[in-house]
Design a protein around this ligand. Structure first.
Ligand code: AMP
Length: 261
């Protein structure tokens, strides 16, 4: 709708549910677009918000660093938090509401209930981050139930996540459209990521080798060798579904990317 200059900040699921009902009461035909994030927003997130702005009457952004999807407590503790910056970016993208709940509000059951998938979630990031996709799918299902959007927007940078979320929504007959948008990159080719802020200037430069190496479409072994020589610690570099996927750490920061083959 975008009649407000500043997005409305909503802190509890109940408030978000009330706001969505109020919108529907005013104009039942208006549509809601939703962009779930963990904050520390960058132009990759902005591209999702802009698409949502174009295709919907209302835009909801969620900011929630979801602990159940972190298998590594240090990674969770170090996850960047830039709430004021995020609000400014949300405003510039004409977001109507920012939903930013606390853990206890999102998990009144203390995570006794969860969504599990037993096939595609077990490869790639699933192998290296046990329980990660249970956490992702569970929180996304909760968020979709609260916001009840007509469309939800995800980045293809996290292709495995996008695929699993789309598949979960189909499996549970959720009545919404799941949209996957292309990866936004630095000029160097490096995929924008909130975690990039943890890299040194030199690390940032070097990290672009991930995409550059994927782009060359060499053999898997050659590609791994190039990255290892440059000091990357590789979790996986594999081909699936006509795409090449990589997860590699540099300076202790885990980065992922994928390209179509
Ligand atoms: P995150 O805050 O990292 O959980 O990401 C929230 C959403 O933004 C997810 O759907 C991501 O796939 C998407 N996203 C993250 N980085 C990018 C990027 N560089 N380009 C496009 N979408 C992205």
């Amino acid at each position: 709708m975008n009649t407000r200059s500043k997005p409305q900040v909503v802190k509890t699921p109940q408030e978000m549910i009330e706001l969505r009902k109020a919108w529907a009461a005013i104009a039942p035909d208006k549509e809601i677009g939703f962009v779930p994030t963990m904050g520390a927003l960058h132009q990759g997130h902005a591209s999702l918000l802009k698409a949502s702005r174009q295709e919907n009457d209302y835009v909801v952004l969620s900011i929630f660093v979801n602990p159940t999807q972190f298998n590594n407590t240090e990674d969770l503790a170090k996850y960047p938090k830039t709430f004021e910056h995020d609000l400014a970016l949300a405003e510039s993208c004409q977001v109507d509401a920012v939903f930013a709940p606390e853990f206890a509000m999102m998990y009144p059951d203390q995570y006794r209930y969860k969504v599990s998938e037993n096939e595609f979630s077990k490869i790639l990031c699933g192998t290296h981050r046990p329980g990660h996709f249970d956490g992702v799918l569970s929180v996304v299902l909760k968020l979709l139930q609260i916001v009840k959007p007509h469309r939800a927007y995800f980045g293809l940078k996290d292709y495995q996540q996008f695929h699993l979320i789309k598949d979960m929504c189909a499996s549970f007959f959720l009545d919404l459209e799941i949209k996957g948008l292309p990866t936004v990159r630095e000029d160097s080719g490096l995929a924008l990521s909130s975690r990039n802020t943890r890299l040194s200037a030199e690390g940032l430069q070097k990290a672009s080798l991930i995409f550059k190496t994927l782009e060359k479409k060499l053999s898997l072994e050659e590609s791994k060798q190039i990255l290892r020589q440059e000091g990357f610690d590789i979790d996986y570099l594999e081909d699936h579904f006509n795409r090449r996927f990589v997860a590699a750490s540099l300076e202790g920061v885990r980065l992922i990317d994928n390209v179509e083959l």
